[in-house]
Write a protein that binds this ligand. Structure first.
Ligand SMILES: Nc1ncnc2c1ncn2[C@@H]1O[C@H](COP(=O)(O)OP(=O)(O)OP(=O)(O)O)[C@@H](O)[C@H]1O
Length: 259
């Protein structure tokens, strides 16, 4: 079930270094949001704060409130593992477990959280997830072959199948197409368009055409200089950000004057 994400005055730190400052954003369910902005402005850092992946680094922490349908993701007693199964993540480079079969890759989230599934249930999850990732027809006859035998684009869709298999509410994608050829990129973009029916999707992208193609909303982040924290400058409908932004920094960035 797609859920709302809200950040209230969120700061994200690597030890003493504040990488992202005072993010306030309200992301509606069943939408695709693109995070754009120049290198180092904190897009990935903020993305990883949303599902508590950030804190796996020593000394890394988050201040402020991050809410999933009103519940604080960082609330006391909240298990980060359960947050990561509700808020799935797809990374820049496809990272299927190379020696695991396609089928076991899809089921990896269940293995990791110790859920035992009978054959009928696991078959149903594998088929539904691979269909959801638009990969079923390409792999249904080789489910027991290793995930590493797929093309890069297929591997990325396998990673998407793996993240949707555990029925998350939100999917975070960190430049999911940066290692893919144009055809595979279009396949993943088509999939993102379909995914918003079921999930809240957030995608970090350097490709403004991609943001314009897939995102309902766009968040522009910026940084004032090296060593300064990144900030969310403007968040609005994608066509407003690209055609009539209210902030001059956004205007300069989307029109290619810097970044
Ligand atoms: N593991 C880390 N330890 C310390 N600082 C880090 C770490 N990862 C990132 N940073 C710093 O945090 C800031 C934000 O980095 P981040 O990767 O979030 O930016 P980004 O906008 O995603 O950049 P890019 O578009 O280049 O991927 C940068 O100053 C970066 O050097």
């Amino acid at each position: 079930m797609s859920k709302r994400i809200q950040a209230k005055d969120v700061d994200v730190y690597y030890g003493k270094f504040k990488a992202v400052e005072e993010v306030n954003i309200d992301i509606a369910p069943r939408t695709v949001t693109a995070f754009i902005g120049p290198s180092g402005c904190g897009k990935t850092t903020f993305l990883r704060a949303i599902n508590r992946m950030h804190e796996v680094l020593p000394g890394a922490y988050v201040e402020g409130e991050l809410l999933l349908d009103g519940e604080n993701v960082y609330g006391s007693g909240v298990d980060p593992v359960s947050i990561r199964s509700q808020i799935g993540m797809v990374f820049q480079r496809p990272n299927p477990f190379p020696t695991m079969s396609i089928r076991d890759n899809v089921l990896a989230g269940y293995k990791l959280n110790g859920t035992k599934l009978n054959r009928a249930d696991s078959d149903a999850i594998v088929e539904k997830s691979l269909r959801g990732a638009n990969l079923w027809n390409e792999v249904k006859d080789r489910l027991d072959k290793p995930g590493s035998g797929l093309s890069g684009g297929q591997q990325q869709r396998l990673c998407i199948a793996r993240s949707v298999a555990v029925s998350p509410d939100v999917i975070l994608m960190d430049e999911p197409c940066s290692a893919l050829d144009p055809i595979s990129t279009l396949a993943v973009e088509d999939l993102i368009n379909e995914m918003k029916e079921q999930y809240t999707v957030i995608i970090v992208t350097h490709n403004m055409q991609q943001a314009a193609r897939v995102a309902d909303k766009t968040a522009f982040f910026n940084i004032q200089g090296i060593g300064k924290p990144g900030k969310l400058i403007e968040y609005d409908d994608t066509n407003v950000i690209f055609n009539s932004p209210s902030n001059q920094q956004t205007e300069d960035y989307v029109s290619g004057r810097f970044g």
